[in-house]
Design a protein around this ligand. Structure first.
Ligand code: PGA
Length: 256
């Protein structure tokens, strides 16, 4: 399976800054066959960057989109509009869930809309600090996974990517803590077990599972060697070109 290194820029960089960053990154990146490098800029930068990007080296992701293709939905953008511009879309990020009130039902519709428009959805799931403290991690993970995938047809299930992002490990979270490889391994096993129960082993084995939460050059190697982890979703560290490039290099080394 490929390794996925995905940079989530969140609400950072204007179009000019994004373009300069991308220019430098493309220059520094060789063409890795087994590693998909992806960045998710702010939506205003997507269209211009799509003209600049060399898709053999790097692909674009959206950070969010609405599930209807067109209509009276002021302020929204659709997967139909993103079609041809991005290859991936992050869906159900914890900031969407917790700041913008997205629930599993809405996220499920977005997953289906992405697939309908030939965009690979990256479904983010993860428990909060208090859910973990109350022993609810397994229930939350199963609920977000099964709920988020509920509108994806069985035939399409191999088109999704899942990202485990414990909310308490995300760098912008108050008092963020680093997840240990053991903690990640336990949840990744649960994700695969749940996928196997619902979709069968053959399909479950083909779904990439990424980890995200304060990933940096210092811990990327350890996280990438957790059994069952197929890549990383990186926030803060992806904003610093040298760190992001370093993580890509680490992925190459781990792969070799
Ligand atoms: P972080 O963000 O790497 O800054 O913790 C990850 C994410 O929110 O996707």
């Amino acid at each position: 399976m490929k390794t996925y290194i995905v940079g989530n820029w969140k609400l950072n960089f204007n179009v000019g800054e994004a373009s300069i960053y991308l220019h430098k990154l493309l220059k520094a990146l060789p063409n890795y066959r087994d590693i998909d490098v992806v960045v998710a800029p702010s939506v205003v930068a997507l269209q211009p960057l799509s003209l600049q990007v060399d898709r053999h080296k790097l692909k674009l992701a959206a950070q969010n989109a609405f599930y209807r293709d067109y209509g009276a939905f002021t302020g929204e953008i659709s997967f139909t509009q993103l079609r041809g511009i991005v290859d991936y879309c992050i869906i159900g990020h914890s900031e969407r869930r917790h700041i913008f009130g997205e629930d599993n039902k809405m996220i499920a519709k977005k997953m289906a809309a992405a697939i309908r428009n030939k965009i690979t959805p990256i479904l983010c799931i993860g428990e909060t600090e208090s859910e973990r403290a109350f022993g609810e991690t397994a229930d939350v993970i199963r609920d977000q996974l099964i709920g988020g995938l509920s509108e994806v047809a069985d035939d399409d299930i191999e088109k999704v990517i899942v990202a485990y992002e414990p909310v308490w490990a995300i760098s912008s979270t108050k008092a963020a803590k680093l997840a240990t490889p053991d903690e990640i391994s336990e949840v990744v096993k649960l994700i695969r077990k749940t996928l196997t129960e619902v979709y069968g082993m053959k399909a479950a084995e083909k779904i990439p599972v990424l980890f995200g939460g304060s990933v940096s050059p210092a811990n990327a190697g350890a996280y990438l060697t957790v059994p069952g982890v197929n890549g990383l979703l990186i926030g803060g560290s992806s904003l610093i070109l040298s760190e992001f490039a370093d993580i890509i290099e680490t992925a190459k080394r781990v792969k070799a």
